[in-house]
Design a protein around this ligand. Structure first.
Ligand SMILES: NC(=O)c1ccc[n+]([C@@H]2O[C@H](COP(=O)([O-])OP(=O)(O)OC[C@H]3O[C@@H](n4cnc5c(N)ncnc54)[C@H](O)[C@@H]3O)[C@@H](O)[C@H]2O)c1
Length: 435
């Protein structure tokens, strides 16, 4: 099948690569020229495990090509995926201007039949607005279908998630659109992955409701962790005990610095806002979001309590990305932590396997901030080490070596990545969350 993907970000690029890899001809439209140049050289502008290899393979076979022309994209295929950003606006609502702009451009140049697929995360009934835009700007002979096919991939394992989905959701309004999804996702449904055909409104809601539920789960376990700290119980044992219950499940019961990234923080706010606009008081989610924000302030309070005076303290930070295996730093806890500690006069030594370049744009190197490729060099002479992102290399660190090079062997673990007994045995002063 011929497919156009608009927006070559974390979702668009993975969608384009994976659908090319299942034998489709894909045209990917990206408006940022620096990203486009990188893609045309066969390289990925983002870090996502395995992505470069799949891109290179499909560029070589001619299954995928890149352009900055929506017109070319609109003419190329019947099925067009909108994978543009839907960031948070100042009011907390989703900013849908990129969706509107892409829909308008498609309408202006489209001919024949077009299926416009929302893959971006959008509030319920956005499909109606997209349809209205298409009708207003298009030639009356063009036939449009609008469908919602939300994406559930996780950055860091995006290719695996796309090709091994728990479910594929397609919200459609016509048999023709349904048939396109059935054909397109056949390589996945043949392997047993379920394709749920719903209405567009239900599909849009499934995505927002799922992300908000996962955010809620994270905030829930973090409150249980607070209680554990007060009563002397270990949150890891509690989470394990809860997780064995099939109705609950162990996933997303990890106490720590809470959620970040480009999705949960904005999606939960957009969902609360959308509920509010429809007269539904979803204060349950408001509380979950408030709890999440307080994780960072509590962690900072713990650092201050342990170090007393922050000014001139050498603090090593392992992990800047919002989670492991990505270079994405959007809404990363490290941003708030670095900002606060520099304001208080700390000397920071930062290390992250992939996110350094993005982080440098926010926090360039200066007298207070230095970046290190070598995690142990970063820790040399430090008064404290903060574990903010649980990259494998940090979790598997040589603690004996770490202890020997730090001025003070003080580790404040924001992700419960290390075993308290082992740290004690090695003589490290160790603090974590809810243990
Ligand atoms: N990142 C994730 O893990 C994830 C997972 C599931 C769903 N989503 C949702 O998918 C959507 C995209 O997220 P993302 O992380 O890929 O965003 P992103 O910012 O990484 O990518 C969006 C891309 O679209 C491009 N773009 C915007 N308007 C364009 C236009 N008119 N023509 C061509 N290119 C255009 C931008 O330049 C950018 O490269 C969002 O709605 C997000 O909530 C993201």
């Amino acid at each position: 099948m011929k497919i156009t993907v608009i927006g070559a970000g974390y979702v668009g690029l993975v969608t384009a690569a994976c659908l090319a890899d299942t034998g489709n001809e894909v045209m990917c439209v990206e408006k940022v020229s620096s990203k486009l140049e990188t893609l045309k050289k066969g390289e990925s502008p983002i870090y996502e495990p395995g992505l470069t290899e799949v891109l290179k393979k499909n560029i070589a076979s001619g299954n995928i090509r890149f352009t900055d022309s929506i017109e070319d994209g609109a003419k190329f295929a019947e099925a067009l995926f909108l994978c543009v950003g839907t960031p948070q606006s100042d009011s907390g609502k989703a900013d849908l201007s990129q969706v509107e702009e892409a829909a308008r451009h498609i309408a202006e140049v489209a001919e024949g039949y077009k299926l416009i697929i929302e893959k971006s995360t959008v509030p319920v009934n956005t499909h109606r607005r997209v349809k209205m835009t298409l009708k207003r700007y298009a030639n009356p002979n063009v036939v449009f279908d609008v469908a919602s096919n939300p994406e559930f991939l996780r950055e860091g394992s995006a290719l695996y998630d796309f090709t091994n989905p728990d479910r594929i959701v397609a919200g459609v309004e016509s048999e023709r659109a349904k048939a396109i999804f059935e054909e397109l996702y056949k390589p996945f449904t043949e392997k047993g992955f379920p394709l749920l055909i719903t209405t567009p409104a239900a599909a849009e809601l499934i995505k927002h409701a799922s992300n908000s539920f996962l955010a809620l789960k994270i905030s829930y376990i973090n409150m249980v962790a607070d209680l554990c700290e007060k009563v002397g119980a270990d949150i890891e044992l509690v989470a394990e005990g809860m997780g064995h219950d099939k109705r609950i499940g162990r996933a997303f019961l990890n106490a720590g610095l809470g959620y970040g990234g480009s999705c949960f923080p904005k999606d939960i706010k957009a969902f609360i806002n959308m509920a509010d606009e429809n007269g539904v008081d979803f204060s349950l989610l408001q509380e979950a979001d408030y709890i999440n924000a307080s994780r960072r302030t509590k962690y900072l309070a713990k650092i201050e309590d342990l170090l007393w005076i922050i000014k001139d303290k050498k603090i090593c930070i392992w992990g800047l990305a919002f989670k492991p295996n990505t270079d994405d730093i959007r809404e990363a806890p490290a941003i708030d932590i670095v900002r606060e500690l520099t304001e208080q006069g700390a000397e920071l030594r930062l290390c992250d396997p992939k996110a350094e370049e993005n982080f440098r744009r926010l926090f360039p190197e200066n007298g207070q901030i230095k970046y290190y490729d070598d995690m142990y060099k970063a820790a040399e002479g430090a008064d404290a080490l903060l574990l903010i992102t649980e990259w494998k290399e940090f979790v598997e660190a040589d603690i004996k070596k770490l202890k020997s090079i730090m001025t003070l062997p003080l580790v404040i673990d924001g992700r419960n990545a290390f075993k308290p007994e082992k740290m004690k045995e090695l003589g490290v002063e160790y603090y974590s969350i809810g243990r």
